[in-house]
Design a protein around this ligand. Structure first.
Ligand SMILES: C[S@@+](CC[C@H](N)C(=O)[O-])C[C@H]1O[C@@H](n2cnc3c(N)ncnc32)[C@H](O)[C@@H]1O
Length: 189
């Protein structure tokens, strides 16, 4: 299902993950498309809600060059995940499929599990400001929502900005003005 998109994503995945190492929690791993891009200096815990996703992720985990353990878990609860432990929290395209009313719960869990100074890296999709592209996004909106459960209007960046424990260090687009990377850290407060 994601073959067409993945041909584009595989270009930026290694670039944006090149600085990530240490104890890493990746939420919403899906089929584990990020796994082969982590450095061997990574100790990765990967979680996803969906057991079928995790079955495929498990095959990719065995081929990765870092240690990976996978858990079926909900990013809004992270019930089996220790507090103040992780150097990095990574999540690609999870917040765009997560219902609006659950997003702050997931962000609060990021605050809980990151160590002070720990960093987060979130990849999201948003509406373009380019008229032609926006028109295309609006045309495909029902398809994207029905088939992938994803939306372009989740306001994830604003939610991170409003969290008093998290500091956004930079935002940048990895493709067009649609694929938005949000990078930042947990403060000491
Ligand atoms: C669009 S896929 C992205 C998969 C992967 N991160 C990637 O970059 O290819 C979104 C994933 O987030 C997972 N997900 C959605 N809500 C979740 C939640 N509350 N807790 C954990 N995983 C969740 C879905 O099961 C799905 O595997």
């Amino acid at each position: 299902m994601d073959y067409y998109w993945e041909r584009q994503y595989r270009v930026f995945r290694p670039q944006v993950l090149s600085n990530v190492s240490g104890n890493v929690l990746e939420a919403g791993v899906g089929t584990g498309r990020n796994f082969c891009h982590y450095s061997p200096a990574t100790n990765l815990t990967g979680i996803d809600l969906c057991s079928n996703m995790l079955k495929i992720a498990n095959i990719r985990a065995r081929k990765a060059s870092c240690d990976i353990s996978l858990l079926q878990n909900d990013a809004t609860q992270l019930s089996k995940i220790p507090s103040n432990h992780y150097d990095w929290y990574v999540s690609f395209f999870m917040f765009c499929v997560m219902p609006d009313e659950l997003q702050d719960l997931a962000i609060n869990q990021i605050v809980r599990v990151l160590r002070p100074g720990g960093k987060f890296l979130i990849l999201e999709m948003i509406y373009s400001k380019d008229e032609k592209l926006l028109k295309r996004q609006k045309l495909f909106k029902p398809f994207v929502e029905k088939v992938y459960g994803a939306r372009f209007d989740r306001q994830t960046l604003r939610r991170f900005q409003e969290n008093e424990h998290l500091k956004i260090e930079k935002t940048f687009f990895v493709k067009a003005d649609v694929y938005l990377m949000i990078e930042g850290m947990k403060g000491n407060a």
